[in-house]
Ligand binder design. Structure first.
Ligand SMILES: C[S@@+](CC[C@H](N)C(=O)[O-])C[C@H]1O[C@@H](n2cnc3c(N)ncnc32)[C@H](O)[C@@H]1O
Length: 370
């Protein structure tokens, strides 16, 4: 059939030029991600740290042992990474007037092999989310949208590889990826517990016992009992996780399944667990947590630490939340939820009330009551 001529609204020249630049930015921003991955693979943040926190391009070239022919190219990579805030650059302190690269808070969280209080290198998070497996899953989005299925809707990752991300069988898919994903996840989850304790530690005041549900290797529980020595802390996780958890004289480790039973305690914590699960599964998990706690009058509560999607946090935090939601959509059956969505899940699970206690960056601390 012959194409019919259609009229479209013609942009002004200024709009057209802006649209072209925006198109380049949006369609090429994967190169920022890959540039970040490259910086992590080359260990550029750690190298700048070892050079005293500041490095010229020749210093970097030599410390990284890169062939000199690549120097102008490294300069171009650094220019993009400076523009996106991964590094800072200035020429103050340089006698020759050459640019000096410095670490920013973002590149500091990428330092690897550096032991410091509260430091959890995010190197593996970057390597996981920019890995070929993750990026290939996202390339399948359009086909995934067209495919009609009966719920539960599997993710593009699951459709592409036949196993859900984080499933035990995912280890068989690619041992190296599984290792990177697990290390990335641990680093991601452990970053910030100290901030939570400083910013809203009072949510644990008066709590006598707490179950950290899906509490992993107990890193959060150890920080909690250190800060609140009176707290009787239980960590519930899958047997394969509990088997590897470092033994602790105060923490009670329970190998189990949060869909079946949650050990009773005054408070139950779900930190960065629910966003992996579908709404139906979240309601099942929350219903188990509800059974485990006493009434609000007796101090019973479920403490949830998760993203609450909210544009009022500003464009950068909001975009970060939406990208984390897309990450969940591509790779899991879960997602990031706004307050209305959270409220629906709490009520469906049988809770009567909730309170967003504190917003911490892109995440929130929520208390939910029986
Ligand atoms: C993203 S991690 C969160 C870890 C921890 N809450 C933190 O913030 O550091 C999710 C945890 O849930 C655990 N998990 C997944 N399915 C589970 C199940 N059915 N029962 C108990 N734990 C489970 C995983 O093993 C993992 O440790």
């Amino acid at each position: 059939m012959a194409a019919q001529a259609q009229t479209i609204e013609v942009p002004t020249d200024a709009e057209l030029l802006q649209a072209q630049a925006d198109l380049w930015r949006h369609s090429l921003c994967y190169l920022t991600s890959m540039g970040l991955r490259c910086a992590v693979e080359l260990e550029i943040p750690t190298t700048i740290h070892h050079l005293g926190g500041v490095a010229s391009l020749p210093n970097l070239m030599s410390a990284l042992s890169l062939p000199s022919v690549k120097m102008p190219f490294l300069g171009r990579l650094m220019r993009v990474l400076v523009t996106s805030g991964v590094f800072a650059a200035d020429d103050s302190g340089s006698e020759s007037g050459e640019e000096l690269y410095r670490l920013t808070p973002l590149s500091r969280v990428l330092l690897h092999g550096v032991v410091a209080d509260e430091h959890h290198s995010q190197k593996y998070l970057v390597l996981a989310v920019t890995s070929p497996h993750y990026t290939e899953a996202s390339l399948g989005l359009a086909d995934w949208f067209k495919k009609d299925t009966v719920p539960p809707v599997t993710s593009p990752f699951e459709d592409r590889y036949g196993v859900p991300l984080l499933d035990e069988k995912a280890a068989l898919l690619d041992k190296e990826l599984d290792d990177v994903v697990n290390k990335g996840l641990a680093a991601h989850d452990n970053l910030g517990i100290a901030t939570i304790l400083r910013e809203c530690g009072d949510i644990f005041n008066g709590v006598e016992s707490l179950t950290d549900c899906g509490g992993g290797d107990g890193t959060t529980a150890r920080a909690l009992v250190k800060a609140y020595p009176h707290l009787k802390c239980t960590v519930l996780d899958l047997p394969k996780v509990i088997e590897k958890a470092p033994p602790h004289d105060v923490i009670n480790y329970v190998a189990g399944d949060l869909f079946h039973t949650v050990p009773s305690s005054q408070a139950v914590m779900l930190k960065l667990v629910l966003h992996f699960w579908s709404d139906e599964d979240c309601v099942k998990i929350l219903a188990q947590c509800l059974k485990a706690i006493p009434s609000r009058q007796e101090g019973g509560k479920v403490i949830i630490i998760e993203i609450v999607v909210e544009p009022s946090l500003g464009p950068i935090m909001f975009e970060a939340q939406l990208l984390m939601d897309m990450l969940m959509m591509v790779n899991t059956r879960g997602g990031q939820r706004d307050e209305k969505h959270w409220r629906q899940l709490f009520m469906q699970a049988g809770f009567t009330d909730y309170k967003i206690v504190k917003k911490l960056g892109a995440r929130s601390v929520i208390e939910v009551y029986a």
